[in-house]
Ligand binder design. Structure first.
Ligand SMILES: Cc1cc2nc3c(=O)[nH]c(=O)nc-3n(C[C@H](O)[C@H](O)[C@H](O)COP(=O)(O)OP(=O)(O)OC[C@H]3O[C@@H](n4cnc5c(N)ncnc54)[C@H](O)[C@@H]3O)c2cc1C
Length: 481
């Protein structure tokens, strides 16, 4: 029997799994998909919010401020790029200057460091492409950017390095209360665990319904769509730019990414509860995004757009996160309704859930816990001498597979064979970025496919783009004589 079973391997499930390995616990984390980070965690703005946005007496307020403070050390330990580039909330109308003051006051209550109200000239000095008609901005230097999927992959890898078990392609479809815990099943394999943590994202309400007929919450998706600009747009803005927030959320943003792209979006569109896979983009909503970002900046280089995508926020029909043990079922913990700032809050939520597990099971600390993840080699960032030395040691680093991002065979092979390694084209893209550049995998995709088939000793027809049924090749056009 496991001590803890975690359902869902997004940023919540993987952060919690990693944090629990600080104790002598038998932990398993399961996901219905074939990779970690296949839900909302793979499609969001990647912002570690400073934490002035939510009221001090909400879980969002509490976890965001604490989460932000934990990010620096966490990303250092896991070798995940994280940059505190700072954010600016722009007052586009004179009356919004008052909102800036209110946000600042709220942030100060929550301990957000270093915030300042800037006047128009100060903002334009920092960001010359900002709309010159603005009336000022709230500057928050502690806001940062991160690659959310890489962080989830790193948490999963480090959790496994420290003894956790990962189970992919495992859709929990039954949950039964047993005498000293729970039994989970996907219809063919049963897992028993003393405690269960539900981190199933937009499906968290459905997972909860497997164990109670009277769940206290329900979740619907709120879709957000984006444009992604190529690295050639790097430097267009150097801070995260927000409009003043509204009832619908933080508004449509302009965000530099850690990989030097620029993100434009997201909008906010409530979808029916049954649309939990609706991640398609639409012309109408993308046009809306375009209009909104043009209010923040002029001369946006839209021609550098390389793709569009959408993510689904898990909206709980209430304002706040749901981070608590079920009031009906002792030992069953819900981490649900994790809309923004869920990514920013994840390290703090992991701490909170670990304290609950500690209280329940009283585990000893794990003296062997190693928080450090082996850094991955980034060939593109090496000096010419370092590159030559590396290639002499391992010639696979001398073969560039992705020319847009300069990713070598050596990096891809490493991404396949690490704990929580990638098994599909998109899983490799999330780990080392072949296919994330201007050609979007048009050139490197077939070569990554060959490497996956070779390294996993399977047929190229078995290799998937992403989830089940997304096979890229379906057979041979010419059989050998
Ligand atoms: C458009 C958008 C922008 C955002 N921007 C930001 C931002 O800039 N900063 C920020 O802090 N937050 C942001 N967020 C919020 C943030 O992305 C989420 O809070 C976070 O990713 C949620 O992580 P999760 O692990 O709860 O969910 P997910 O990543 O969705 O993970 C849930 C996992 O559960 C699995 N699962 C579901 N059902 C089952 C089952 N029955 N059995 C097994 N597994 C199952 C799924 O496959 C999935 O992998 C944004 C969200 C969106 C949509």
């Amino acid at each position: 029997m496991y001590d803890v079973a975690i359902i869902g391997a997004g940023i919540m499930g993987t952060s919690i799994a990693r944090n629990l390995m600080r104790y002598n616990l038998k932990v398993i984390f399961a996901d219905r998909e074939n990779d970690v980070s296949s839900g909302t965690t793979k499609a969001n703005s990647g912002i570690v919010h400073a934490g002035y946005g939510a009221d001090a007496d909400t879980l969002q307020g509490k976890f965001n401020a604490r989460g932000n403070a934990l990010y620096g050390d966490l990303c250092k330990e896991l070798s995940v790029p994280f940059k505190r580039i700072g954010s600016l909330v722009l007052a586009l109308r004179p009356e919004e200057v008052q909102t800036l003051g209110e946000l600042k006051q709220n942030g100060e209550k929550l301990g957000v460091p270093g915030m300042k109200i800037l006047n128009r000239e100060e903002v334009l000095k920092l960001e010359p492409n900002v709309n010159p008609d603005i009336h000022g901005a709230l500057y928050a230097p502690s806001a940062g950017i991160v690659e959310p999927w890489e962080l989830a992959v790193a948490c999963a890898e480090n959790a496994i390095d420290n003894g956790a078990e990962m189970l992919l392609n495992y859709k929990v479809s039954q949950i039964k209360k047993i005498e000293n815990g729970f039994e989970l099943s996907n219809g063919s394999r049963t897992i028993s665990a003393k405690l269960v943590i539900n981190c199933a994202g937009v499906y968290a309400d459905e997972v909860y319904r497997l164990i109670t007929d009277t769940p206290e919450f329900k979740i619907h998706p709120r879709r957000g769509q984006y444009f992604l600009l190529d690295k050639t747009a790097h430097g267009f803005v150097n801070h995260i730019l927000f409009p003043c927030p509204s009832k619908l959320g933080k508004g449509v943003l302009i965000v530099p990414t850690v990989d030097h792209n620029i993100l434009l979006g997201p909008d906010s569109e409530d979808l029916d509860v049954n649309c939990k896979e609706s991640t398609e983009t639409t012309l109408k909503r993308l046009n809306f995004v375009r209009e909104e970002v043009m209010k923040l900046c002029r001369n946006i280089p839209f021609r550098e757009n390389i793709t569009t995508f959408a993510g689904l926020r898990a909206e709980p029909f209430g304002e706040d996160f749901i981070v608590s043990e079920s009031p009906q079922i002792s030992g069953f913990f819900n981490v649900a309704g994790m809309k923004s700032p869920g990514l920013s809050s994840a390290p703090a939520i992991a701490e909170h859930v670990s304290a609950w597990v500690q209280d329940k099971l009283k585990p000893e600390p794990n003296a062997k816990f190693d928080p450090i993840r082996r850094p991955r080699i980034k060939f593109v960032e090496l000096s010419s001498e370092e590159r030559q030395a590396l290639i002499r040691k391992d010639p696979r680093f001398g073969r560039v597979i992705c020319r847009c991002e300069t990713i070598t065979e050596g990096e891809i092979v490493d991404a396949i064979h690490r704990n929580a390694g990638g098994r599909s084209l998109n899983a490799i893209k999330r780990r080392v970025r072949p296919g994330a550049g201007r050609c979007q995998g048009g050139f490197c995709g077939p070569r990554v496919l060959e490497l996956l088939a070779r390294e996993l000793s399977c047929s190229p027809t078995d290799i998937l783009q992403e989830g089940e049924g997304s096979n890229i090749l379906i057979g041979k056009t010419k059989e050998e004589a």
